[in-house]
Design a protein around this ligand. Sequence first.
Ligand code: MRU
Length: 351
Amino acid sequence: MSLESIKYERGRLEILDQLLLPLQTRYVKVQGVEDGWKVINKMQVRGAPAIAIVGCLSLAIELLKDDCLDKKIMRQEIEGKLNYLVSARPTAVNIKLAAEELINLANSLSADENVTADEFRERFIQSIEKMLIKDIEDNRAIGKFGSEAILKSLEDESHVRVLTHCNTGSLATAGYGTALGVIRSLHAAKRLEHVYCTETRPYNQGARLTAYELVHEKIPSTLIVDSMVSALMHTRNISAVVVGADRVAANGDTANKIGTYQIAIVAKYHNVPFYVAAPLTSIDMSLKSGDRIKIEERPDREMTHIGEHRIAAPGISCWNPSFDVTPASLITGIITEKGVFAPDKLHEAVP
Ligand code: MRU
């Protein structure tokens, strides 16, 4: 059975509280937009696609309880609520693009005289619900294209050894995962020898979440701490690095979990191909390059404490950017649901 981070049926939304994993499995009810904003902001749910889906579903939950008959008021409220949800975490672009698409839909439903308020609500909710299925389909396609590309580039190797960073699996998406989807696909094809996952300080998505998924799926895997990446590449003959993305700019520069950039540099030095796996909803063609991406800074406490336990010297100041930007020049290919693109060919993927 695969891990289910988002449980949804009409009128009911629950998310697996990722702050408690791997030691406790507890689902949290999301009763509307305010709850949606909180679970995203506190990182009880995280990962760019999951953030977008949970945010939008929280709006679907709220709309279902609403009995407003004025389409103009509905449209206005929808826009305000979506903008509020986007503000919960600033770096991942998926929720921003989803909000823009939904605002366009609300505009056209509200302007259409043949559509009643109830029909508006129904069609709007249905459109949000489709995101769950589409995300899983996209991830399966990413897994297939990514595993094929990696195997093709390594014709002389029958089995590959992959390094990944952060968590990009079922927990970060509607299911299957992006970079972890590529790893799943290699494993299913019996071509994966081993996967290494980084701890991913300070929030430990690798140690807590990716390791949890890999063990759950019985994929041969080993955990390393972030500072072991150079030693790993020097000694373990790594075939490829695959990571996810929170926002890819038009030139291919990619924002992803802090630490991704240094892994890309180490990969370049060791001649190891470095792939980014991301759905088209992570690509922001409105930004020419990565230096315009807003990088979220998180509270010091994520660095100074593990749970309730303080690990850093009291009084020390901290800098805690949650993401960094890997320059396109370090990226071998961007794996999307439409195929694998060189960073400078992204315009072929996104019309
Ligand atoms: O801060 P997080 O845990 O939300 O960061 C997650 C990542 O950086 C992932 O790599 C990215 O969102 C892609 S998830 C498919």
